[in-house]
Design a protein around this ligand. Structure first.
Ligand code: PMV
Length: 327
């Protein structure tokens, strides 16, 4: 069994697609993938959360004949196909893949990247093949492309490495926090597609290039400014930067009435800053409560959204779970 964490983007979503820096943190909510050999010539994939179960002949998957699979599991079938194509078929029998997730789907918390990363790691183990972290990254990224079109790679970088990262397409740098930051995640309950939101920004940028490029650049500046605030543990400054970032995301057209409602509730309840996280259009927000306002912020967001929870930052990335705890 392997697992990988989800993430929140603290600063820089959308701008990161255009080469600007973004800051993201892995959170202590994971996807667990268990794989075992079964005495058939098939691969079975079951997602407990999505309540989907599919099965395919090994040979068919090896050849990449993936027509007929569900849109939800397609990235995983593709990943299995890639592994079989790259490494041959090292097993005598078929495989059963079982998925259990603590991360809500389509909410901007990186569940698809965590799933792809955990599956790649679990298959590497059961195939007993040599794969570097970079190989795992690449194969998870291929799977992310099926979900999101042209992702920046930030999600699978966080799932693989954990911690807090300054990410720019093609490079990453770890950030050491001056103090823990109490992040509250609020879920609007509205699902959305990252691909569609990214396309919306692209269209706006084509229509008004001068203005939108300035907004994108300003978001990149916020990411860079936040690095020192994170290192210093300057919560007030982080809150200010989050609020400015939310304003710029609104200018890009990726906020929504539900997001605004949760952001306002959080600020009223004592958050120093609040913004959407991920692609927007629905999904989740993050809020940075003042130390004495954590419960108040969580409860206030819950009253207007689907859920809210205090998200601890996860410093460990993808890992093999010892003992095969099939929970
Ligand atoms: O909502 P999520 O977790 O898929 O995050 C999307 C982040 C974007 O910057 C909007 C897209 C990307 O590929 O980085």
């Amino acid at each position: 069994m392997a697992s990988a964490p989800g993430k929140v983007i603290l600063f820089g979503e959308h701008a990161v697609v255009y080469g600007e820096p973004a800051i993201a943190a892995a959170i202590r909510r994971r996807v667990y993938v268990s794989v075992e050999e079964i005495a058939t010539d098939r691969i079975e994939i079951e997602s407990r959360n999505l309540k989907i179960r599919e099965s395919m002949r090994l040979e068919k998957c090896t050849r990449g004949e993936l027509e007929g699979v569900s849109a939800e599991l397609k990235p995983l079938w593709h990943l299995c196909h890639k592994m079989l194509e790259l490494h041959g078929h090292p097993l005598k029998h078929g495989l059963r893949v079982e998925i259990r997730s603590e991360i809500p789907e389509s909410a901007g918390l990186g569940s698809s990247a965590a799933l792809a990363t955990a599956l790649a790691l679990a298959l590497k183990e059961i195939f007993s093949v040599d794969m570097s972290p970079n190989d795992i990254w690449n194969i998870a990224f291929e799977s992310e492309k099926i979900v999101h079109g042209r992702p920046s790679g930030i999600d699978n970088t966080l799932s693989l490495h954990g911690g807090v990262i300054l990410y720019r397409k093609g490079s990453m740098k770890r950030i050491r926090l001056g103090q823990t930051i109490p992040l509250v995640v609020g879920d609007t309950g509205v699902s959305r597609s990252t691909g569609k939101m990214v396309a919306r920004v692209r269209m706006l940028r084509e229509k008004y290039p001068d203005v939108i490029e300035e907004v994108i650049r300003a978001i990149g500046r916020l990411s860079l400014l936040s690095v020192q605030a994170l290192v210093d543990g300057d919560l007030e400054k982080l809150g200010d930067l989050m609020n400015i970032n939310q304003g710029l995301l609104e200018a890009l057209g990726v906020s929504s009435p539900e997001i605004s409602m949760l952001v306002n509730a959080a600020r009223k309840a004592g958050a120093l800053g609040a913004k959407l996280t991920g692609a927007g259009g629905g999904g989740c927000i993050i809020a940075l409560p003042a130390k004495n306002a954590i419960n108040n912020v969580v409860e206030s967001i819950k009253r207007v959204g689907r859920d809210a929870f205090l998200a601890e930052i996860e410093f460990e990335g993808a890992r093999i779970e010892s003992g095969g705890a099939h929970g």
